[in-house]
Write a protein that binds this ligand. Structure first.
Ligand code: NAD
Ligand code: MG
Length: 323
């Protein structure tokens, strides 16, 4: 079945069109001819002026049909134009600095601090990587076969269907009423502090995972929990981040050296100073506040931005959030 594109789609029509493309290989192959591609080389997205470069159609790319068929479906614009992600591999680009269509393939971790519209780049990279690492059935060891949209892989021998997966992670900004708690792992870039985070164990609720992580990492007990937001996070593998605020009684932290290098209670003034730092500073310890926080798109940044408005009684709640 081939589905015609409407010039401008409502959200419902757009989602239903996407659903069709996921399930109908022929419709998806047809959509590939008119869709736009976000290109990757070794999972580094092609960016132009800090934006994912979607302008490349399969015609402009000038590649054979076989490579185009490797594209995975990402979404659909309001105009009805479907968006795909494609890793061009070594056949088009020799290294990550290679330019194409006036764009540059940019390592996703670096791109992350530049991107103004990161969602597509993050999701595209994650889905392409999932296909690259799930080529075989874990029951039979036989190659799995993907559908055209890339929404699933099937083992022809066992009949098992594999879907892209995300690991649930709880991330929490702890407050004692006047300060919030930020922490860093040894693996973080120098001077970067973030909210506390941890993977959910099998069988745990988010609330249980949050209380366990707080106890494990900083020896605190959460009193009050408040949901804030969620996001997909591609590093190092796909996670589903659920972000919350938690209050604790003023108490000394007991930082677990196995998990964290340091944890620090931060005042409103320190948080306001950290929020003004837009890029990783060269020497973060040299000037106040002596630390910096994850970039705007990270849900940790959102928690930190909204903390004074959500938790601190001194800031009027009618004031709009800064984003
Ligand atoms: N988007 C954001 O704002 C933001 C901020 C902070 C952390 N994060 C992400 O949150 C995730 C979890 O944070 P953390 O590292 O503190 O978790 P954590 O405290 O649970 O510690 C990580 C350890 O948990 C174990 N683990 C259990 N289940 C795992 C799984 N499914 N995948 C990988 N490791 C697993 C591993 O031993 C690993 O070393 C990280 O991937 C990190 O990148 C995102
Ligand atoms: Mg952790």
């Amino acid at each position: 079945m081939v589905v015609a594109l409407a010039p401008c789609l409502s959200r419902v029509v757009s989602f239903r069109y996407l659903m069709t493309l996921k399930e109908d290989d022929e419709a998806c192959r047809h959509a590939l001819k008119s869709g736009t591609l976000l290109l990757y080389h070794e999972l580094a997205p092609l960016l132009r002026q800090s934006r994912p470069l979607f302008a490349v159609t399969n015609v402009e790319l000038g590649k054979g049909k076989e490579l185009i068929r490797e594209a995975v479906l990402l979404g659909c614009r309001e105009t009805g134009v479907p968006q795909f992600a494609l890793d061009v591999g070594e056949s088009t680009a020799q290294n990550r600095n290679t330019q194409l269509c006036n764009g540059v393939f940019t390592d996703l971790r670096k791109a992350f601090f530049l991107l103004t519209e990161p969602e597509a780049s993050l999701a595209g990279q994650a889905l392409l990587r999932w296909h690259q690492t799930h080529g075989f059935c874990s029951a039979t060891g036989q190659p799995t076969v993907r559908n055209q949209s890339g929404s699933q892989r099937v083992c022809p021998n066992s009949g098992v269907t594999y879907y892209p997966q995300m690991a649930p992670v709880v991330i929490v900004l702890v407050s004692d009423g006047s300060r919030c708690l930020l922490a860093r792992q040894r693996s973080f870039p120098t001077g970067m502090y973030s909210a506390l985070a941890g993977f959910c164990d099998l069988g745990e609720t988010l609330e249980e995972a949050l209380r366990r992580e707080l106890a494990e990492e900083v020896g605190l007990e959460a009193e009050d929990l408040r949901y804030s937001a969620s996001q997909h996070w591609p590093f190092p593998q796909s996670s589903f981040m659920v972000a919350c605020h938690a209050t604790v009684s003023p108490h000394k932290t007991q930082v677990s050296g196995a998990e964290l290098e340091d944890a620090r209670w931060c005042s409103l003034e320190e948080i306001q100073a950290a929020l003004t730092i837009r890029k990783p500073p060269h020497n973060p310890e040299a000037q106040p506040p002596g630390f910096w926080i994850p970039p705007a798109y990270a849900v940790a940044n959102r928690l930190i931005q909204e903390w004074p408005f959500v938790i601190l009684p001194v800031v009027p709640s009618s004031k709009p959030y800064p984003w």
